[in-house]
Design a protein around this ligand. Structure first.
Ligand code: MN
Ligand code: MN
Length: 308
């Protein structure tokens, strides 16, 4: 495979997120053996599922990411209020699906104006990680401390938990490393192992992670198994969504990492053709603009850094 450009890899990541969501949503909340009985191996973008989707239709994972991406672009900076407002507008538009923690966080913002939830042991769901991609694109050139900060600003609007934070950061850094032209999957494996060293809960080699829940630990265990036990974007996503459970979200997160690593060229044309054309157009518009944003640490102190 010829080396993919940054923009191709970034598009691969964003379209990968949407395709993983659309592919996985068909089998969300099913057990692997139920999927097998119904589809054999589920490998087509066919819609349906408990949300009765059209083929190529996406869910909250993708539409929240697009809301976050638009908030970054409109503000031109890392602006928690702009993000919270975007999430609030997103909820008002009656999305097909809303996670419990996401809804609670948005209502908390509406009621208090606070863009950060209090720390809570119940916030370790995957809802912050599923939408983190636009932050990873907009901070590609930033140092790790700023990437971490940016991940937390977006996450804490709804999810405030150390494991969610660690997952958002690791997934973002994996996407960014891939965008820089990585072609050895072992580098990504090392990043996953670093996460496990910090938070042993994430160990993904103890057992096969079937029927993953919305708990970020179960989600990433499934994503990492799919990513490291396959050799293409298509195989990775098929492997992940056929585990069932929160399959649209494991699909979305696997899609962003595998899409960044294998690039647009690695995405099956038949899948891309099925993707909701409005979603695809919005992704194609946001992706280069988010890369151009190039948010850096100075964005934290826009006034005080200005010494001229
Ligand atoms: Mn979803
Ligand atoms: Mn889900």
């Amino acid at each position: 495979m010829p080396p993919a450009s940054i923009e191709s890899r970034a598009l691969g990541a964003y379209l990968g997120l949407a395709l993983g969501d659309a592919l996985g949503a068909t089998v969300e909340f099913m057990m692997p053996r139920e999927i097998q009985a119904e589809y054999g191996v589920h490998s087509q973008i066919r819609g349906g599922g408990w949300l009765h989707l059209k083929p190529g239709q996406v869910t909250d994972d993708t539409t929240m990411a697009l809301a976050l991406g638009q908030a970054l672009l409109s503000a031109g900076a890392l602006d928690a209020t702009a993000m919270a407002e975007a999430f609030s507008d997103w909820l008002r538009a009656k999305p097909v699906d809303v996670g419990h923690t996401v809804r609670r966080g948005i209502v908390h913002y509406r009621n208090t104006g606070h863009t950060q939830m209090p720390y809570s042991d119940n916030d370790a769901g995957n809802g912050a990680c599923m939408r983190v991609l636009p932050v990873a694109l907009a901070t590609l050139e930033a140092d790790t401390a700023f990437v971490r900060h940016a991940c937390q600003v977006q996450a804490h609007i709804t999810h405030h938990h150390a494991l969610s934070d660690a997952a958002c950061e690791t997934v973002s850094l994996m996407v960014q490393a891939s965008l820089r032209g990585l072609n050895d999957i072992n580098t990504l494996l090392g990043m996953a192992q670093k996460l496990v060293a910090l938070h042993p809960e994430f160990n993904f080699r103890r057992r096969r992670s079937d029927n993953p829940s919305g708990y970020i630990v179960h989600t990433l265990q499934t994503v990492f198994q799919g990513l490291f036990d396959t050799e293409s974007f298509e195989q990775c996503l098929i492997e992940v969504v056929n585990r069932g459970g929160d399959a649209d979200t494991t699909g979305a997160i696997a899609g962003m990492i595998a899409g960044a690593f294998y690039g647009l060229e690695g995405i099956p044309g038949a899948w891309l053709k099925k993707l909701d054309p409005r979603i695809r157009a919005e992704i194609e518009r946001q992706t280069p603009a988010l890369l151009m944003l190039n948010l850096q640490s100075a964005e934290l102190y826009p006034a005080s850094q200005d010494t001229d």
